[in-house]
Design a binder for this molecule. Structure first.
Ligand code: PAF
Length: 273
């Protein structure tokens, strides 16, 4: 993979990379399309990275559908697919990892303390192997993009990071590989996540500036809709992810909940422009 991209770079080609864990949906394909449009050659990666799952999380049951994913990627014009085995990415004796930046400690980091260290490590390894000019990530994983941007800046990784908008199903549910775990009834409950974000955004846009009250109301709306448990609901500064109270625009609204055993996240930016 490294040699292929070196050859492309020598020939003056701009290379885009779309790192994924597979089980691809329209959200992933929008990243791939962005790369195909904006670069000369696109490399997608599929690797279900064990180090970003904590014990008890869904590593074993994470959906795997390599042949189908390969067809989907080819269909949108992806040129190369890199899908290494675990012992290639983490050979015996491999023991160096990235210490994720401070922004990783908040929100997701409070509930999944080892998650972003695993993400930062695998993303750095993939970027080192592929060596793209640009790498594409989904805005749905808002904090992940912030962690990756900071890691790339702090460690002088010569790559541009592009974040692409969240892709939603027509009913508003943000696309996620984990949506396949939801029953029809759970899916209805899960719709309250985007509904809660939409209503909060409207209230902020119409002048509400009480961050504490906003979070309280969002939590109540989610509980009333039947979510199983809430990890966090936040109204935060989009750069630092610190609580925004009083609310000063722009802000980002973030939610992480369980519907049954499925953990779902979503977010939305409220920007005066
Ligand atoms: O967003 C994902 O699918 C993963 O966290 C990533 C960035 C591919 C790293 O494993």
């Amino acid at each position: 993979m490294t040699r292929v991209v070196e050859g492309l770079r020598i020939r003056g080609k701009k290379v885009g990379c779309v790192p994924t864990m597979g089980a691809l949906h329209a959200g992933h394909l929008s990243l791939a399309r962005a790369s195909v449009e904006q670069t000369d050659v696109t490399v997608a990666t599929i690797f279900v990275n064990p180090t970003q799952f904590a014990p008890g999380e869904d590593l074993d049951k994470y959906p795997r559908q390599l042949a189908e994913d390969a067809d989907l990627l080819a269909g949108v014009g992806v040129n190369y697919l890199f899908c290494p085995q675990t012992d290639v990415m983490y050979p015996p004796g491999s023991s160096t990892s990235v210490l994720a930046p401070k922004i990783s400690k908040r929100l997701e980091g409070e509930f999944r303390p080892t998650h972003f260290g695993g993400v930062a490590t695998i993303v750095l390894k993939l970027l080192n192997i592929v060596g793209p000019h640009v790498a594409y990530f989904g805005q749905k994983d808002y904090q992940q993009v912030a962690v990756i941007r900071k890691m790339v800046t702090d460690l002088n990784v010569p790559v541009e990071i592009v974040a692409c908008p969240i892709i939603r199903d027509p009913d508003g549910l943000a696309m996620s590989s984990r949506n396949v775990y939801l029953s029809a009834e759970q899916r209805q409950i899960a719709l309250s996540i985007s509904g809660t974000l939409r209503e909060a955004k409207e209230r902020i846009e119409s002048g509400n500036r009480d961050g504490y009250e906003m979070v309280t109301e969002m939590r109540q709306r989610l509980i009333d809709s039947g979510v199983t448990s809430i990890d966090y609901v936040a109204v935060a500064n989009p750069d630092t992810l610190e609580t925004a109270d009083p609310i000063e625009l722009p802000v980002v609204l973030l939610i992480a909940v369980y519907v049954g055993k499925t953990r779902l996240i979503d977010n939305c930016i409220v920007d005066p422009s």
